[in-house]
Design a protein around this ligand. Structure first.
Ligand SMILES: Cc1cc2nc3c(=O)[nH]c(=O)nc-3n(C[C@H](O)[C@H](O)[C@H](O)COP(=O)(O)OP(=O)(O)OC[C@H]3O[C@@H](n4cnc5c(N)ncnc54)[C@H](O)[C@@H]3O)c2cc1C
Length: 458
């Protein structure tokens, strides 16, 4: 982490492109290092994937977000924003819906009781988890296809009943092209929490949700002299003699250093001066997409925070009942807030459906799981679609990753694709930002200062 400004570091003008949590973390730490920072965000509000929206009369996160007890990097930022003490944690329940009913899967006892698996299956699953947890370095798994590896370790039935629904709930059909390092990072995260002394992981939130965190972040950044420009999609970034020029519809500004936090292909489009190799690396990243409706219901569901769906006739991959964690009376007007995520590949048929068609299919799916749910129970329904949520860790992923510092002097690209062998979460996003800061500052320090052009009188 970077704290105070280094005494002999010259102050440079920085633009951070993207006001998601990565951009905000970078801006915060750069300002603390004595730099002059502008954040330029395309959307009319900050937050990116963690932004809030209005659903009926409720303002809450547009995608479900929880904060884990073990999220140390994020909790440190929340402490700096004077919000950490407001975190509310609870133990939540997890369920499986198999087509024949619900099964709780929140403890070892639930797992031993889980009827779709025989005793031998359960032993094989336990062995797989133990085996994966003993692997020290996930990079060694980057050459191994995930699905075949898990099936070999756990058996076909365990793969179909447990692993496939878990993987589909995280990455849809992209599990077919992912490497085994994905599951290593997932298991490593769980075991890290346990090793940190936690018997059970807890989920939490800040009253007011991410809206509140983002408002406070913006307030603090502004007080520290950071300029925040919203509704300003960056069209092009180009190196010129006097610095790096950033063009938006409103005009052009010149900076000493620019850091782009947008997804790989978007970054490649903005930066025409990149080399062919850099362009190919950025465009070659395979991204996970999501279609994620939120609905407000006037009734509760089964009370699981997360229900994995193993029934392939249902169009979403999980049910997230946010109101099983969050105080619904205080935050949701007493209604239930439920998300129905469908993680999708770039060519999934569901991209072509409009909101009406998504609503029809997803509510029919929800009624399959809850046959007594009626149209009258649905008080609001809204669909979020994002094409580039996070990079799939495909075979040989880290060998093809573009470096953060580009070949264009003064231009860096740091984005969630640089979370290697980790899962996409705000904690990892903040940690990535903090890891990037010394790299960015070192590259900026190494660059000669641009000399103002002197006009020579004749
Ligand atoms: C469904 C879902 C559930 C999640 N659940 C959790 C959870 O429970 N807990 C958790 O910790 N994390 C969760 N996450 C992950 C979390 O949201 C991310 O880790 C984090 O928000 C990533 O931040 P980012 O800044 O890297 O990316 P983004 O949020 O994508 O930010 C990138 C920003 O760049 C902007 N941008 C792009 N192009 C341009 C341009 N041309 N000009 C200017 N700006 C541009 C975008 O508008 C965007 O604001 C979840 C994510 C999703 C999608």
């Amino acid at each position: 982490m970077t704290d105070a400004a280094s005494n002999d570091r010259r102050t440079q003008r920085w633009a951070v492109i993207g006001g998601g949590l990565l951009g905000l973390t970078l801006a915060h730490r750069l300002a603390q290092a004595g730099q002059q920072v502008s954040v330029i965000e395309a959307a009319p509000e900050l937050g990116g994937l963690a932004a809030a929206w209005r659903l009926g009369d409720v303002v809450w996160d547009r995608h479900y977000h929880v904060i884990m007890l073990s999220d140390q990097s994020l909790r440190r930022i929340l402490a700096e924003l004077d919000l950490e003490q407001e975190l509310l944690f609870d133990t939540t329940q997890t369920g499986f819906y198999t087509g024949r009913g619900f099964y709780r899967m929140s403890s070892a006892i639930d797992y031993l009781r889980f009827p779709p698996l025989s005793l031998i299956d359960k032993v094989r699953l336990a062995f797989t988890l133990f085996y994966v947890s003993r692997i020290k370095d996930g990079r060694s798994l980057e050459q191994i296809p995930l699905a075949a590896w898990l099936e070999r370790l756990s058996g076909r039935r365990v793969f179909a009943q447990i692993w496939r629904p878990l993987l589909a709930a995280k990455m849809g059909d992209n599990y077919r092209i992912a490497s085994a390092s994905f599951i290593w990072s997932y298991v490593a995260r769980i075991y890290a929490a346990r090793r940190g002394g936690m018997k059970t992981e807890k989920f939490g939130y800040i009253p007011g949700g991410y809206r509140r965190i983002l408002d406070r972040f913006a307030e603090r950044l502004t007080a520290a002299g950071v300029s925040i420009r919203l509704a300003s999609p960056v069209e092009a970034i180009e190196r010129q003699a006097d610095g790096v020029h950033v063009r938006t519809a409103d005009g052009e500004d010149c900076f000493d250093q620019v850091v782009v936090t947008a997804a790989g292909p978007q970054a490649a489009r903005m930066c025409p001066g990149l080399s062919e190799d850099e362009r190919q690396r950025l465009n070659g990243i395979v991204y996970q997409g999501i279609i994620c409706p939120s609905c407000l219901l006037d009734r509760k569901l089964a009370g699981y925070y997360l229900t994995y769906i193993t029934d392939p006739t249902i169009p979403f991959t999980a049910i997230v009942e946010m109101s099983s964690l969050v105080n619904a009376k205080a935050e949701f007007d007493g209604l239930s807030l439920v998300y129905l995520p469908r993680y999708v590949t770039a060519d999934d048929a569901f991209w072509q459906y409009d909101d009406t068609e998504i609503r029809r299919r997803f509510i029919a799916g929800l009624q399959q799981v809850y046959p007594d749910l009626t149209e009258a129970n649905i008080k609001a329904f809204q669909v979020s679609r994002v094409r580039q949520v996070y990079a799939i860790s495909t075979l040989g992923y880290s060998d093809r990753l573009p470096p953060m510092i580009t070949s264009v002097p003064g231009l860096a690209i740091v984005n969630s694709a640089h979370i290697v062998n980790g899962t996409l979460a705000v904690n990892e996003t903040v940690a990535l930002g903090e890891r990037a800061i010394p790299v960015l500052l070192a590259a900026a320090d190494a660059q000669p200062a641009v000399q103002p052009q002197l006009e020579i009188a004749e």
